[in-house]
Ligand binder design. Structure first.
Ligand SMILES: NC(=O)c1ccc[n+]([C@@H]2O[C@H](COP(=O)([O-])OP(=O)(O)OC[C@H]3O[C@@H](n4cnc5c(N)ncnc54)[C@H](O)[C@@H]3O)[C@@H](O)[C@H]2O)c1
Length: 451
């Protein structure tokens, strides 16, 4: 079933037979598929394809490549058995990109210190691919970018270095990734994949290739910038909605209203949206809105709501630190004389990823107020935490007693501890800030706070 161009309704493109030559060439081992950047996004895609076609995995990190050669996922997401019986090779050598007909690029797209898109990894990876680009090749970008980036930034690099012309000599596509680390239910093959191409032929061929591995179906967007917009909108929508809940929780605290009770009440309406206040970290939701705002601003269009939302979410850690100081004051304690335990530093629950974790900001805010801060995380790598934040994780938190405890991340391990545990590890009256609302019986405690 072919997708109509500019269709209004999202129609899943169901491919009944793979007649496209690139698909046939991949399936018959006449062509290789290459994945550039083997992180949270690239590695699962590479392994999924490697069940069916020959895959060449390339990453600039020698350390990661060595781990993957041994069947170990450096991100800790995939089990060893996912590497078994796969037609894949891993290398950090550039010539790994030779003899690839279908490239998938999944390198990081962070922001700079002043919150502008940092496209240097993407440009560098594109240059590497361009050196090996041949007639008949396909290059699909999966890194999250602002609308227009593939066409305006990546295609010119590919053309200039290869001397080839897009659509005439090679095809380009953009396919945003929706993988959700830590989520064992929604995986690559069970999430509908949005794809797009530099022309109709490219879109169809790229859809056919992804259709090989995506059970949930492929949705073809009318052009690359629509597919790029789709991804940044998904994350911006979450960011803005969480910012609203953070703003509301700030108001409700002053009004003496429990935000979670309000959410529970509003949830009884048929069209209520299930958003909760909380820290917004990681490399997606807290980053992608800056990409969209950057592009809008470059075109002279305001992105006020988006940037205000970012601001609200970014300032939450210092607001929480202020609330902790206030709560301690009620017990005649000065925060600079207090010891505070922070539970969790990863950017979300049940993952080891610490990138852009807002717990880092909370830690700094508490330290700036003079508190002694002890921090624990059963999943984060202590060396990574020290390199990234200069923080030493404690693995003996039970040896000490605390004036206040912040439950920052909802790791499953933390859910086993109920109010009684917090009583035990507290110096005197427990002062508990349960940012994710996971402490069983917490609301029975005198000084139990949520967002
Ligand atoms: N992690 C997610 O949940 C997620 C979800 C959707 C989209 N994305 C987007 O996907 C992209 C990749 O994210 P990620 O989380 O996989 O990042 P990651 O940091 O886990 O992995 C990126 C990999 O690319 C490698 N790399 C960097 N430059 C390279 C180059 N020039 N050539 C080859 N390899 C290179 C790095 O060594 C790293 O292993 C980003 O744009 C991100 O926003 C991520």
């Amino acid at each position: 079933m072919k997708t109509l161009k500019n269709q209004k309704q999202p129609v899943l493109r169901i491919v009944h037979n793979h007649e496209n030559s690139i698909v046939l060439d991949l399936l018959s081992n006449k062509a290789n598929l290459g994945v550039v950047g083997l992180g949270y996004v690239g590695l699962p895609i590479a392994l999924e394809f490697a069940s069916l076609v020959n895959v060449k995995g390339f990453d600039i990190s020698k350390e990661k490549v060595e781990a993957m050669k041994k069947g170990v996922d450096p991100s800790g997401e995939l089990d060893r058995n996912e590497f078994e019986n796969k037609r894949i090779s891993f290398s950090a050598e550039l010539d790994q990109l030779e003899d690839v007909r279908f490239y998938v690029v999944a390198v990081p797209t962070p922001v700079s210190a002043d919150y502008k898109p940092d496209l240097s990894p993407l440009k560098s990876a594109t240059k590497m691919v361009a050196r090996y680009l041949k007639e008949g090749d396909y290059v699909v970008f999966e890194s999250t970018v602002y609308p227009g980036c593939t066409e305006e930034v990546c295609v010119p690099i590919l053309e200039e270095i290869s001397g080839l012309k897009v659509n005439e000599d090679f095809k380009v596509g953009y396919s945003p990734e929706r993988i959700n680390p830590g989520d064992k239910k929604n995986t690559i093959s069970t999430i509908t994949k949005v794809v797009s191409g530099s022309d109709q032929e490219a879109a169809e061929a790229i859809a056919d290739v992804y259709d090989l591995i995506i059970e949930a179906g492929v949705h073809v967007a009318p052009n690359m910038k629509t597919a790029e917009a789709c991804k940044v909108v998904e994350n911006t929508q979450r960011d803005v909605n969480i910012a609203l809940m953070n703003e509301l929780s700030n108001m409700f605290e002053k009004m003496g209203i429990n935000t979670n009770d309000v959410i529970a009440a509003t949830a009884t309406k048929w069209n209520a949206l299930p958003f909760f206040p909380g820290l917004v970290g990681g490399h997606c939701i807290g980053v992608d809105p800056y990409y969209l705002a950057h592009k809008a601003n470059a075109l002279g269009v305001g992105a006020d709501l988006i940037l205000t939302s970012r601001h609200i979410n970014e300032e939450l850690p210092s607001r929480i630190a202020g609330r902790i100081a206030e709560a301690l004051k009620k017990h005649d304690k000065k925060i600079y004389n207090c010891r505070i335990l922070v539970r969790g530093i990863t950017f979300k629950e049940n993952v080891s990823d610490i990138r852009n974790s807002k717990v880092g900001l909370l830690y700094s805010a508490l330290k700036d107020m003079g508190a002694e801060v002890v921090i624990e995380d059963p999943l984060a790598d202590p060396k990574e935490v020290e390199d990234e934040y200069g923080i030493r994780l404690s693995n003996a938190v039970n040896m000490l007693k605390y004036d206040a405890v912040v439950v920052a991340v909802a790791h499953t391990q933390f859910k086993f501890h109920d109010a009684e545990y917090y009583q035990r590890i507290s110096k005197d009256t427990p002062v508990i800030f349960d940012l994710r609302g996971i402490v069983e019986g917490g609301d029975q405690l005198e000084d139990y706070y949520t967002l």
